[in-house]
Write a protein that binds this ligand. Structure first.
Ligand code: GDG
Length: 506
């Protein structure tokens, strides 16, 4: 078979379209945006294929689920690929999605175990729903298809596909961090989960660190698994199969971002934003409302910067955009209150006539507005406590057309592995270090800004989203891995953690 002509089946928790009811009770369809959809839809169109996922409708009502399937089929009749919904009931969404995915795996894999809830019912629902996904895939896969599953909601699908007798290649990309063994060991039924992950033929992670963590869990928990490296990939031999493991940092559509940022509408908005803040540098934060993003720590760092460095008063305005998310969950509602309390306190402490230090935006911005903020802000402050990649960091760099901007980036964002030669890297828990980085960024001469930003833009331009899809697929389908190019293993280890011998040898 011509490997490049295999049909593609993409599987993710959500379909690239969201269904909801309008005021008249009719089902309506909104196309999803985002990098993954942008990157995979052309491949699906070109090869022909199917996207399988949950439609967003939670209901036991078979008639409603059938209607949802009809609306999806009708709307995408001419799309060049098919959409196949996986029906989920309200209870399943509660336990598989809100429960196990978002209250167990999400916090645990972001090293925030104090936020975890471990409920055996969640685990059972997760397993059952992953099985349902596998059954849907098995019904639609044709001989020769290539199945690509995405993210932490679907870690067990490969295992269930094997149990169902599917022999097609099944590969998986893990978008969030993979934790160290000490953290992973806390997961109930950890051996089952790690073995189930070995049901995939290839596993991709965002960074070398995530890959290392995963391999260590395999070595520790899976008897008989043999791991060896080949180029930048690792191969695991287990139960007569060979599983490929690699770090494939996800990218963005650089040219699209840079092109849109240069458009007149974005330029006009960018100019307007700065006209309202004359002679000031803007420092920007953009995050979904989530405790992994480190927003309260960041606000404390801004407070510390204003205390330690009075020369920043009236000269720096911090714009924090928070995109609403899961506000019906008490933990998220409390986080929102904490952010708003801190913004109020800091503004109360430092505001002077004509200058309010923090501008707080609690809503999703239209894309042009977001790009205008990226383009016009002199500094971006992106300090998640842990993050798979963080695309905002890359988008910001792509949109700073004058190269005259500074990125302050958490060393715990996956993007730090690629961007550490240009960004000011910080430990987001160390508010004094972040405060000093803010001051350093503010003072940084343009020559240094440009040199750093060019380095980052070069990597982001080269390793774009289409490069990511190609590299991941090539490594999965390569018959002989000696043909597969050795990827540069981007890695960032804080200098204090590098053993002196490693430092002198390298
Ligand atoms: C997972 C992993 C990994 C944000 N605010 C607005 C807005 N955004 C867009 C950004 C960006 C996206 O949302 C957020 O990027 P993330 O990198 O956080 O992606 P997620 O899908 O949420 O997260 C993450 C990623 O997968 C990819 O592998 O990087 O670590 O958690 O694209 O532009 N868009 C608009 N208005 C906003 O206010 N229009």
């Amino acid at each position: 078979m011509d490997e490049t002509r295999r049909g593609l089946i993409v599987v993710s928790n959500r379909l690239p379209y969201a269904l909801s009811r309008d005021e008249a009770g009719r089902l309506t369809l909104q196309p999803g945006a985002g990098g993954l959809v942008t990157a995979l839809v052309p491949v699906l169109r070109n090869r022909g294929g199917t996207w399988i996922g949950w439609s967003g409708i939670e209901s036991d009502d078979r008639q409603l689920q059938a209607e949802a399937a009809r609306v999806l089929a009708g709307a995408t009749r001419d799309a060049g690929y098919q959409l196949q919904p996986v029906p989920l009931s309200h209870a399943e969404v509660e336990q598989y999605y809100h429960g196990y995915s978002n209250e167990t795996i999400w916090p645990l894999f972001h090293d925030l175990q104090s936020q975890c809830r471990f409920d055996p019912e969640y685990g059972r629902a997760y397993d059952a729903v992953n099985r349902r996904f596998a059954e849907t895939i098995a019904r639609h896969a044709r001989v020769g298809d290539f199945i690509w599953v995405h993210d932490y909601q679907l870690m067990l699908v490969g295992h269930h596909l094997r149990e169902l007798g599917v022999t097609a290649p099944v590969v998986y990309f893990h978008h969030i961090p993979f934790p160290s063994i000490d953290i992973f060991l806390k997961l109930p039924r950890r051996s089952y989960v790690i073995r189930a992950l070995l049901g995939y033929d290839q596993l991709g992670f965002q960074t070398a660190r995530d890959k290392r963590n995963f391999l260590q869990c395999v070595r520790t928990l899976v008897d008989g698994a043999r791991v060896r490296s080949q180029g930048s990939l690792h191969l695991i031999r287990w139960e007569g199969r060979e599983i490929r493991v690699g770090a494939f940092p996800i990218g963005i559509d650089f040219e699209e971002f840079a092109g849109q940022a240069a458009q007149e509408e974005v330029s006009r908005r960018a100019w307007n934003i700065h006209a309202g803040l004359p002679e000031r540098q803007i420092i920007l934060g953009v995050d979904r409302l989530d405790y992994t993003k480190g927003i309260p720590h960041r606000l404390e760092a801004v407070r510390t910067a204003l205390k330690r460095h009075p020369e920043l008063h009236r000269r720096l305005t911090f714009v924090q955009v928070v995109v609403p998310s899961r506000v019906d969950v008490p933990k998220y509602a409390r986080l929102k209150e904490e952010i708003e309390r801190l913004v109020g306190e800091i503004n109360g402490e430092f505001t002077q006539g004509g200058w309010v230090p923090i501008h707080y935006v609690y809503r999703a911005l239209p894309r042009e507005e977001l790009l205008a903020y990226y383009r016009t802000s002199e500094i971006a402050l992106i300090t998640p406590l842990q993050d798979g990649m963080n695309l905002v960091a890359k988008e910001y760099c792509a949109c700073t057309l004058e190269d005259n901007s500074v990125l302050i980036l958490s060393e715990f964002a996956g993007s730090a592995a690629q961007l550490h030669r240009g960004a000011l890297l910080v430990n987001p828990y160390d508010v004094e270090e972040v405060a000093d980085a803010i001051h350093r960024a503010y003072m940084m001469p343009s020559e240094e800004r440009r040199a750093r930003m060019r380095r980052m833009r070069r990597v982001i331009r080269q390793q774009h989203i289409f490069w990511w899809v190609d590299t991941f697929m090539q490594s999965a389908i390569a018959k002989d891995l000696s043909d597969f190019p050795v990827l540069e293993e981007y890695d960032f280890i804080p200098p204090e953690r590098v053993h002196p011998e490693e430092q002198s040898s390298g």
